[in-house]
Design a protein around this ligand. Structure first.
Ligand SMILES: Cc1ncc(COP(=O)(O)O)c(C=O)c1O
Length: 426
């Protein structure tokens, strides 16, 4: 063996060792469960993880049709719709694109509202696709102002605006918008624009009614309230949206609703679907529907209330300005002047094995986000808040103690059936 060959073999061996060490590091966690308290992806329940682990089956065989029909029927209950829900093997961003590309045509004007980072990304996508978004400016601390939407639509005598696109729960700020008010704004202006709503961080956590609220396309993803890993995107579509898709001039194939809706009639997809994620979806739907949607929403409300009580007790500020718009799936907490949110998050990860959400774009370093959605209970919330409170002290962030105590007060009162009394006092 030449020297050169020996050296090359040693280098290859060293490289593979380094790779193995890197992989081991990635998979190694300290004892106990990691607290994944970012506002999605959320913790995946054990039952869902086990369901995903079933052997993959023939996606054109009879067993698959049973699975397909089950999930397609049950997912409608979560969107509170009788209309089709299209499921893609995609992230939420794919489902955004599907909504725009099916319902609209290049050059269409769309009215969008700057609630935060995700609304801004959706607007950028609209531009990339050749749409003409008009962006109503927001302050990243408030929800959609329906009056501004109504005023703009009323001016649009030529009916150039083809859709209004809003984010129900802005994940970057922890602000929820009033979708029925947006519907009323469109109706009051007697405007034919479609209503497209992003529910990526609200579906199956915060009450949302696709049919009753007159939404044309609802966009969602698997990795938040549905308690699945990332990888499924959803579009719930109204008859009006399906009719609009027939006239769409966007070149599209993979995202076409009509081909998928047709194949779904038999419980199938016309391409290879994410079989194992659909097993997981089936298990997640069993869990959500057994708990009951109203109970799921009440649980998220309770955890939102308890988290906000903790933040107030710490003497910190909640990013969302208006209590009527507080998000029940996450809370964005503002850092006092001179303290860095990402340094706090890094310390909490290192010392307590908990991931919190980072501040995105405009609010980077200024806020951290506590995710309280998905597979989550009172004691998981208390563990989360204890990690934050200990982190605040370790990082020497100016604050008062007593946040966990305050949250315990809310949770104990709810457990004792005093939720209504508390709500009146809040
Ligand atoms: C409100 C909202 N919209 C869109 C997205 C983008 O979804 P994805 O990252 O799954 O593509 C996210 C992701 O967190 C989100 O929270």
């Amino acid at each position: 063996m030449t020297n050169l060959f020996r050296q090359a073999r040693a280098a290859a061996w060293a490289l593979s060792l380094l790779r193995a060490i890197a992989m081991l590091k990635l998979n190694s966690h300290p004892a106990g469960r990691h607290f994944l308290q970012i506002p999605g992806p959320t913790n995946v329940p054990d039952g869902v993880l086990r369901a995903i682990d079933y052997p993959t089956i023939d996606h054109r065989g009879p067993e698959f049709a049973v699975l397909g029909k089950k999930v397609l029927a049950e997912i409608r209950q979560v969107f509170q719709t009788r209309q089709p829900v299209v499921i893609y093997p995609s992230s939420g961003t794919g489902a955004w694109e599907a909504a725009l590309a099916n319902a609209l045509s290049p050059g269409d004007v769309v009215l969008m509202y700057e609630t935060g980072h995700f609304a801004s990304l959706w607007k950028k996508m609209a531009e990339n696709l050749g749409l003409k978004p008009e962006f109503i400016a927001g302050d990243w601390r408030s929800g959609v102002d329906a009056a501004q939407i109504e005023a703009r639509l009323a001016q649009d005598k030529a009916r150039a605006i083809k859709a209004v696109c809003v984010v129900h729960n802005e994940t970057s700020t922890g602000v929820t918008s009033d979708i029925p008010a947006v519907r009323c704004a469109i109706d009051n202006a007697k405007h034919p624009a479609l209503l497209l709503v992003d529910t990526i961080s609200s579906l199956a956590s915060i009450d949302y009614r696709h049919d009753e609220w007159g939404v044309d396309v609802t966009v969602a993803g698997s990795q938040k309230g549905l308690m699945l890993p990332p990888g499924l995107g959803f579009n719930a579509v109204s008859e009006k949206a399906v009719a609009a898709a027939k006239d769409s001039k966007f070149p599209r194939s993979y995202w076409r609703w009509d081909d998928i809706i047709e194949a779904n009639k038999g419980g199938y997809w016309h391409y290879t679907p994410s079989t194992n994620l659909l097993y997981g979806l089936s298990a997640a739907l069993d869990q959500l529907l057994a708990e009951g949607l109203l109970n799921v929403f009440a649980r998220h409300r309770r955890h939102g209330d308890a988290t906000r009580a903790a933040v107030r007790a710490w003497g910190l500020e909640i990013l969302c300005r208006n209590p009527a718009e507080y998000s029940d799936s996450l809370t964005a907490v503002m850092m006092p002047e001179g303290s860095d949110a990402d340094a706090l998050r890094a310390l909490i990860l290192e010392k307590f094995n908990m991931s919190l959400g980072t501040g995105l774009s405009k609010v980077k370093g200024k806020v951290f986000r506590i995710g309280h959605l998905g597979d989550f209970n009172d004691l998981t919330l208390l563990g989360t808040l204890a990690g934050v409170e200990m982190g605040l002290a370790l990082a020497k962030v100016p604050h008062r103690v007593g946040g966990v105590q305050a949250a315990m007060g809310v949770l104990a009162a709810c457990a004792a059936g005093r939720a209504a009394e508390l709500a009146r006092a809040a």
